[in-house]
Design a protein around this ligand. Structure first.
Ligand code: ARG
Length: 466
């Protein structure tokens, strides 16, 4: 067995070195603690590469079979927690290759023919990010399904709709939740788009310039589920925009999650009482016995900091890097892993909370009529029935609101004489449009809050998510 970190430097690249790296050099150089998360991707890449090398006759079939057996043994060791990860071997690629050498001997040395760690890491990382995109899209769709279930149960339930967080017009809780189904639908499709763009295989670019061996890049690309090989070897080892794009999709999704999280926090405060969460998704206070805090929602609201921060992190790492590979790029993994870990946890916890929440139907319905929320309906009545220009109707309604406020009631409580003092042609049927239920039912325009429209949105998404 070769001494993998022996006197003459490093066995995998130490041919020209006479001494070992300094302890600090070893520490700053090693990435194994991070990139061991790409072990499965590294093994998959090596399997495809070895099979292709044998198929084109660059290595013998027996050597290939020994390599495949060794890779299987390594996979089993990793699964059993028995694989000896060694910092002295820097990264996952050299840990696997060194272990392969220990297990099968010199045949292991043929695996790295026509390959470099530069295209190897580009491949492994791309595979990891591709998988993360798929996982995120699928977790987002689970969240959409949870929202859809609540929306369907609450398609008729009145709540105040806000602008500027001031009561604006009544809507239904189902309609409000369906707005998030739309947002998360775009988020999932952003991950799908990113996946399509990144799905080209960089393996075969070797260090940067390609290789003189007669490799078959179409074969390895196909074996690893890519649409095609990448077109330019320099780009293949230098590109990390696939990770940036995936993280950008993640940051936008996290932003949407933070908005929903903030609404949950607001809705849950007793002053609103629009929803309640069970013991499963709340915590208590160590000093105030009455407390029930929405910690999960608050943490989701905060996680966007980590996720967007990771995107900024990697963008700054990549900015100004000359082609082709630079060791700077080893710093691509920590922020990317961190971003997707945070996103995954946020998506799962949000889905759990949405499933867990109970709507406070009475409090929402009571609030739906507050704040003169049917003032627009009054103005619309004046336009429809009396043919007034909307601006004039708006002015009259504003005066009606002022009058109602002075009397200490809502618009529906205004005596008919008071309304007629503002516009003599107003008749008693105006009261029909002043309830929140009538207001909501009247908003039948496509995408509007009328329950019939909300049910159409729900039916459409049910089909998409089936
Ligand atoms: N650990 C390295 C990374 O993550 C692998 C590639 C190293 N290549 C090299 N020529 N040093 O980027």
């Amino acid at each position: 067995m070769t001494d993998v970190s022996g006197k003459a430097g490093h066995s995998l690249w130490g041919g020209r070195f006479a001494a070992k790296p300094a302890e600090l050099m070893r520490r700053i150089n090693a990435s194994i603690d991070i990139d061991k998360r790409m072990a499965a991707e590294d093994l998959a890449g090596s399997r495809a590469h070895a099979a292709m090398l044998a198929d084109v006759g660059v290595i013998g079939r027996e050597d290939e079979q020994a390599i495949q057996k060794g890779l299987n043994a390594i996979e089993a060791e990793i699964a059993a927690g028995a694989f000896p990860f060694r910092e002295a071997l820097e990264d996952i690629h050299m840990n696997v290759e060194a272990r392969l050498t220990e297990l099968i001997g010199p045949a292991a040395g043929r695996l790295h023919t026509a390959r470099s760690r530069n295209d190897q890491v580009a491949l492994d990382f791309r595979l990891w990010v591709r998988e993360a995109c798929d996982r995120s899209a699928s977790q987002i769709r689970d969240l959409q399904r949870a929202l859809l279930r609540q929306a369907e149960a609450c398609a008729d339930d009145l709540m105040p709709g806000f602008t500027h967080l001031q009561p604006a017009q009544p809507v239904t809780f189902g309609h409000h939740l369906m707005a998030y189904v739309e947002m998360f639908g775009r988020d999932a499709s952003r991950f799908d788009d990113a996946r399509t763009r990144m799905n080209e295989c960089p393996l075969g670019a070797a260090a940067l310039a390609g290789t003189s061996f007669p490799i078959d890049r179409e074969q390895t690309a196909r074996a690893l589920g890519f649409d095609r090989p990448t077109a330019n070897s320099l780009d293949s080892v230098s590109a990390r925009d696939f990770a940036l794009e995936a993280m950008a999709a993640g940051a936008i999704c996290a932003t949407h999650l933070s908005r929903l999280a903030e609404e949950i926090v607001i809705w849950m405060t007793p002053a609103f009482g629009f929803i309640s969460l069970s013991d499963a998704f709340t915590t208590g206070s160590s000093i105030m016995p009455q407390k029930r805090n929405p910690d999960a929602a608050e943490l989701i609201r905060a996680k966007v900091g980590r996720i967007l921060g990771s995107l900024v992190n990697l963008t700054v790492v990549m900015k100004g890097l000359p082609l082709a590979y630079g060791k700077d790029m080893q710093e691509d993994k920590p922020p990317t892993f961190e971003a997707f870990d945070a996103l995954e946890l946020s998506l799962l916890a949000m889905t759990g909370m949405i499933d867990d929440l109970t709507p406070g139907r009475a409090a929402m319905a009571a609030a739906a009529g507050g704040g003169f929320s049917t003032a627009t309906d009054l103005a619309d009545w004046l336009v429809r029935r009396l043919g007034l220009p909307f601006r004039e109707a708006h002015h009259i309604t504003g005066r009606a609101v002022a009058r109602a406020e002075a009397l200490g009631g809502g618009l529906a409580d205004l005596p008919l004489e008071d309304l007629q003092a503002l516009e003599p042609r107003i008749e008693a049927d105006i009261y029909d449009v002043l309830t929140p239920a009538a207001s909501v039912a009247s908003r039948v325009s496509q995408g509007g809050t009328a329950p019939v429209q909300v049910r159409r949105q729900i039916a459409r998404w049910k089909e998409i998510l089936a």
